[in-house]
Write a new protein. Structure first.
Length: 136
């Protein structure tokens, strides 16, 4: 894999991958896991970047694993990083996907289009739960 043309993408959990129901786990947002899987298939590295910690973080990680997503790192810039409490917890990524960004969270199809700069193929559209997707 050539990492020079691949991205490190930090993704929030509550309100972004799932509907916000903290401290519980909300319902998965439509096309969230399909998009994350496609981004991984494209060779991008995904980092789970969330406020959750301890058992609540473990629950979120397991929920994602149960839905087919294993992250490159969780609340770290890389798997081997040791957290230093004397420094900022901010992690390094090329892109941050979070419901708290200006303008709010986008639909996952739109997120994929922005990252890949791909135009959807109209023949690939199908109706699912009242919404349209370009995922096959």
């Amino acid at each position: 894999m050539n990492f020079h043309d691949k991205l490190i993408i930090a993704v929030d959990f509550d309100g972004t991958i799932v509907e916000d129901a903290f401290p519980k786990i909300g319902k998965a947002r439509i096309f969230a896991f399909e998009t994350l899987k496609k981004l991984q298939e494209d060779g991008h590295r995904l980092i789970l970047w969330t406020y959750r910690s301890g058992s609540k973080l473990d629950e979120a990680v397991k929920f994602c694993e149960d839905n087919g997503i294993v992250f490159y790192a969780v609340n770290k810039s890389f798997p081997e990083e040791q957290f230093d409490y004397t420094k900022s917890r901010k992690i390094y990524a090329d892109i941050y996907i979070d419901d708290r960004n200006i303008g709010g969270v986008l639909g996952w199809g739109e997120v994929y289009q922005m990252i890949t700069k791909e135009e959807p193929d109209p023949s690939a559209f199908k109706k699912k739960r009242g919404l349209f997707s370009f995922f096959k």
